[in-house]
Design a protein around this ligand. Structure first.
Ligand code: NAD
Ligand code: WQD
Length: 355
């Protein structure tokens, strides 16, 4: 196992996929919580400009390397360089993935290659380098159709699309790897629906092309780039008939990573694989989110109700009590704040990050 950092040194964390939406917010949290992040990203769905904004917020240098998690040689060199510098990587935060549910059905091989093969290459390199701590970005999508709500970690895993399968497969790989390597610690974080942006308005979600998810589409409509929002169905068994989800502020989600790293670095002998829901435990409907957004932004969001989106479920929300108890994490920010902060980012950056 690699030597831990010397006294007085901040623990160095490799953040794979750190330039993306959740990664950038997580970098801010890591710096604020006494960690030293090093980003590895191939920028397939992000921009180096986002990292400059993180530097602006934190005042920290935030090192970054362009590279791909599927490149074992590059990973070996990176781990070695850190060790040679006397500041070895102590934990890997693995956010690097392709994440569009619809696209995963049309390009399944790309998704399995990037998300599953990529994780295998990363684990192999970690083992070679003796880096024995991993925090993995899983997803509530691993649960699929709910048998009952709220979702608890022990619910059956039954994803319904290739993207979800990649997350469930990686969780299984980590379970098996942890059983074979008792000193390896893996923490899976099952995110529900992260939205909003950092309160500074400097970083936020910057989807390429047409957004797939509700909140970025609301913002796209509010900024005038889409004529109206399509509400996918109003005949679900929910109070207003529209889909209900557990939206959480991306900055709360980011803090969940810092807590998970604290937990992973503490060792957790005897329970080296774990999975936690990260959500608020509260559901919000599509129309409730639209209303909150209109109230907080002062901008009308025209919408039209259309057919249900194939594969959608009516309702999903988390039981976050395990993360509350074990990690000491709670998602405290309100839906109103998610809307305020998201809009602050969008109106200040109508075209996203500069090229
Ligand atoms: P994102 O696309 O903004 O960030 C992912 C980052 O990983 C990007 O910067 C991309 O360039 C990078 N990347 C992708 N493949 C890579 C590779 N092979 N090598 C190196 N870098 C690579 O997505 P996000 O919303 O920030 O999501 C981060 C993680 O959280 C992903 O694993 C995603 O599946 C998971 N997740 C996201 C959500 C959500 O709603 N955003 C929900 C649940 C889980
Ligand atoms: C939310 C609600 C839609 C868009 C997806 C992935 C999941 C996770 C998060 C990564 C639903 C409705 C949406 C629109 C709408 N990502 N909607 N009009 O489907 O809960 O989860 O993102 O892991 O894996 O599946 O989020 O934001 O797409 O949809 O009415 O234009 O908004 O029907 O009820 P979802 P979403």
């Amino acid at each position: 196992m690699s030597e831990p950092a010397q006294a007085g040194q901040l623990p160095r964390i490799l953040v794979a996929g750190g330039a993306g939406f959740i990664g950038t917010h997580t970098l801010v949290s890591l710096v604020q919580n006494g960690y030293r992040p090093l980003v590895l990203d191939n920028f397939s769905n992000s921009s180096p400009a986002a990292l400059d904004r993180v530097r602006q917020i934190t005042g920290a240098e935030v090192e970054a390397v362009r590279g791909d998690i599927r490149d074992g040689n590059a990973l070996d060199q990176l781990f070695q360089r850190c060790a040679d510098e006397g500041a070895p990587i102590e934990c890997v935060l693995h956010l690097a993935a392709l994440k569009a549910v619809g696209e995963s059905s049309t390009k399944p091989l790309e998704y399995y290659d990037n998300n599953v093969t990529g994780t295998l290459r990363l684990l192999e390199a970690m083992l070679r380098a003796g880096v024995m701590r991993l925090v993995f970005s899983s997803s509530a999508t691993v649960y699929g159709e709910p048998e009952s709500l709220p979702f608890q970690e022990r619910h059956r895993i039954a994803p319904t699309n290739p993207y979800g399968h990649t997350k469930a497969m990686v969780e299984q790989i980590l379970r098996d790897f942890c059983a074979a390597q008792p000193r390896f610690v893996a923490v899976c974080l099952r995110y529900f629906n992260p939205i909003g942006a950092h309160e500074s308005g400097l970083i936020g979600e910057d989807p390429r092309g047409e957004p797939n998810n509700l909140f970025p589409y609301i913002m796209r409509t509010a900024i005038g780039k889409a004529p109206f929002l399509r509400v996918f169905g109003n005949d679900y068994q929910t109070p207003d008939g529209t889909g209900v989800r557990d939206y959480l502020h991306v900055s709360d989600l980011a803090d969940g990573h810092s807590k998970a790293i604290d937990f992973a670095l503490a060792g957790n002998e005897g329970a080296n694989f774990s999975a936690f829901n990260l959500g608020t435990g509260r559901g919000t409907s599509v129309l409730e989110l639209v209303s909150a957004f209109e109230r907080e932004s002062g901008v009308r969001v025209p919408y039209q109700v259309t057919a249900r989106r194939p594969g959608d479920i009516g309702e999903a929300w988390a039981d976050p009590s395990l993360a509350n108890q074990v990690l000491g994490w709670t998602a405290g920010r309100s839906v109103d704040q998610m809307c305020r902060d998201g809009w602050n980012w969008q109106k200040n950056n109508p075209d996203g990050y500069p090229e």
